[in-house]
Structures are given as C-alpha cells and as structure tokens.
Design a protein around this ligand. Structure first.
Ligand SMILES: Nc1ncnc2c1ncn2[C@@H]1O[C@H](COP(=O)(O)OP(=O)(O)OP(=O)(O)O)[C@@H](O)[C@H]1O
Ligand SMILES: [Mg+2]
Length: 344
C-alpha cells in the first residue's frame, strides 16, 4: 500500500520529491521523474540531480533545516526550460528530510527577456536620431551660427531625424493600441476596394519614390466586417513596403479575390495579395519579418525612414481579424504578401 507521503507527492501538480536524512529519495511524482527521465524513488539524490546548485541547496537544507531556493535548467523536446527549486524541511523516514518542489518559470523568464530586448531596441532606435539632433544643435549654436548655407542644410537634416523619432513613437503607440484591442472583435462594415485605393493614393502623394504605379485588381466592391482604420494601416504598410523594396521602375500589384470556402480559415474568405518585383527576401529571413524591429537590411530600411515595426503591426491586426498573413518571396524576382480575411 502507498504511504501517505507518497500519495501526497503523487497528487501534487508540480514536480516534487522527498529526500530523507540519508540523502535518498523516498517519494517522487511522475512530473519529477520526467524532469530527469528516470524514476527517482529509492535513488541517492546526487546520482540523479547532478546540477551543482541544486545539490548544494539540498545538502544545506538537510544539514541546517533551513529553507533553500535555487534554479534548475533542463531541455524538453528541444525547448530550454528554467525552474525555481524550493527545498523545505519536512519530517521524513529516519528523521529530518527535505521536500523539493520545482516551479516552471520558463514563460515568465522569456517574457522578461522579450521586455528587456524591446526596451533595448527602442532606446537604440531613439538614440541614433537624438544623437544627431544634439550634435547639430551644438554646431548651430557655435561654429555654424552665422553660416546661412550650413544652417539650412543642418535644419533640413534635423527635420528628417526628428521625423524619424516621431514615426517611431507613432508606430509604438499604434502597436500598443492594436495589442490592447487584440481580443475585441471588430464590428465596422468596410468596403475593401475603396480602402485599398485610398491607401495607395495617400502613399503616392506622400513621398517621391512612392509615385510609381500601384495596380489594383479585383471585384467592383468587397465588403467585410473589420476595423476600417486598422485595415487601412495594413494596406498602407504592405503597399509602402512593396514600393520601398521593389525595383524603381516596376509596378506594385494588389490583387483581391474572394472564395466561398478557404481551407485555412474553414469559411468564406477574401485574399489580398500585394506583389512587387524586386530583390526579394532570403528564405531564412521570411519567418522573422513580423518580429518587432527585424529588418533584412537595417541600413537601407533606416535610410528610407523605416522603424522595422510595420509588419509586426500588420501581423497583430490580421490576427485580431482572425485572418492569416502569408509571405512568399523569390530572390531576384520579388515578393508577395498575402492577407487572408474571413468574409461574412
Ligand atoms: N516587399 C518587400 N520586399 C523585400 N523586403 C521586404 C519587403 N517588405 C518588408 N521587407 C523586409 O522586412 C523588413 C521589415 O519590414 P517592416 O515593414 O516591418 O519594417 P520597415 O519597412 O523596415 O519599417 P516601417 O516600420 O517603416 O515599416 C524590412 O526592413 C525589409 O528588410
Ligand atoms: Mg514597412
């Protein structure tokens, strides 16, 4: 018959084991056995838990009777996992023993790392234009104070750099807003063809290199339920990318098609393909394009005023609409960014 300690340990929802004064495991549950891929009960603990920090924590716990805490690392199905290990004194067979519990903190550690990376990225992106601005302010207040030609040139560069900072802040705010209403289903009725045309017209007039042709092909009109502002932002970002990264004399094609049943969405859907003729994207980079601040060629993107947040925003918006974003690209030929959205 199982003793009360063993049945208590077996019922725990986290990896747990008891070690007695003779340093032997007297009870362990399946979660704990899975951690080391061995049945632990009956074994001397240092033969199975080999990481120095956990051995030290258990030895100290056994000798002093004081609670201990440490970390344990392992790899499960190629995923690196991090655990907080607590060692607490308990009455075990033959005297003072310890209860060892493992708490999975992998997700919170990853979230913390992502937050740190994000802050580091934002600071870096802001520091570059800010350093330039400070430098020009210093020059204009000193050496170039009375040089009219230099003043005009520096002011123009300062305008560009300030514009870059302002765009970054705008993009960050818009990413926050999209994340905020990620769980709320959009309810506007949106006519896609008009929305795409207006996004293309806006881009055409905004920057000189955007004045190239953007052909929009598809039905006369196409109504969906969505968030008009956000879908407009999707189209602006995708068409802008196609114009920016496509070849100078080539046209961008936006093709809209509906289907009564899309397999991926399992319902009627509309597919919007934005295609450019250009250098295309290396296959290994395609999976990373929607990461915040990821750029294939950061220098080129920055030069064109990019923040590297455009596709991250697109992905969030498409997810909110329960849609899918697909990217296909061929080196030296061009790329197609496809947005699939549920209809009706
Ligand atoms: N149509 C495309 N052809 C080739 N590369 C592309 C295309 N679209 C995006 N990319 C690559 O993906 C990267 C990320 O795109 P994303 O739109 O997120 O950022 P960005 O264009 O650099 O800046 P912005 O925040 O202003 O959009 C770009 O820097 C570029 O390297
Ligand atoms: Mg972009």
């Amino acid at each position: 018959m199982t003793d009360p300690t063993s049945s208590l340990i077996a019922a725990m929802a986290i990896p747990a084991l008891v070690i007695d004064a003779d340093e032997r495991v007297t009870a362990s549950n399946q979660f704990a056995d899975d951690l080391v891929s061995l049945p632990l009960t009956g074994r001397l603990f240092h033969n199975v838990l080999r990481q120095p920090s956990i051995i030290e924590a258990i030895e100290t716990g056994l000798s002093t009777g004081e609670p201990q805490e440490t970390r344990f690392f392992n790899t499960v199905a190629r995923q690196k996992m991090t655990w907080t290990v607590t060692v607490n004194p308990v009455q075990a067979a033959g005297g003072q023993g310890v209860l060892v519990c493992f708490q999975d903190i992998t997700a919170s550690r990853e979230a913390e790392q992502m937050r740190r990376d994000f802050v580091a990225n934002v600071s870096h992106e802001l520091r570059t234009p800010l350093t330039a601005l400070l430098g020009f302010i210093e020059t204009l207040s000193g050496a170039a104070r009375d040089d009219a030609a230099a003043r005009d040139r520096f002011l123009s560069i300062m305008g560009t750099e300030a514009g870059r900072m302002s765009r970054l802040v705008e993009d960050l705010l818009s990413l926050c807003r999209v994340e905020e209403d990620q769980r709320v289903r959009p309810t506007d009725t949106v006519e896609l063809m008009g929305l795409i045309q207006s996004a293309a017209d806006t881009l055409k007039t905004s920057r000189p290199y955007m004045s190239r042709n953007c052909d929009i092909l598809g039905p006369e009109s196409c109504e969906i339920t969505g968030d008009a502002d956000q879908l407009r932002q999707v189209m602006l970002n995708l068409i802008e990318n196609a114009l920016k990264y496509g070849y100078a004399n080539s046209a961008v094609i936006v093709r809209v098609a509906t289907t009564s049943h899309d397999r991926a969405l399992g319902q009627a859907a509309v597919k919007i393909d934005v295609t450019d003729t250009g250098d295309g994207i290396e296959p290994h980079a395609i999976g990373r394009l929607t990461e915040r601040f990821f750029r294939v060629d950061s220098h080129r993107s920055r030069e064109m005023g990019g923040t590297g947040l455009g596709l991250a925003i697109v992905k969030h918006i498409v997810d909110r609409h329960r849609g899918k974003l697909r990217i296909s690209s061929e080196k030296g030929v061009g790329s197609t960014f496809s947005v699939l959205l549920p209809l009706g």
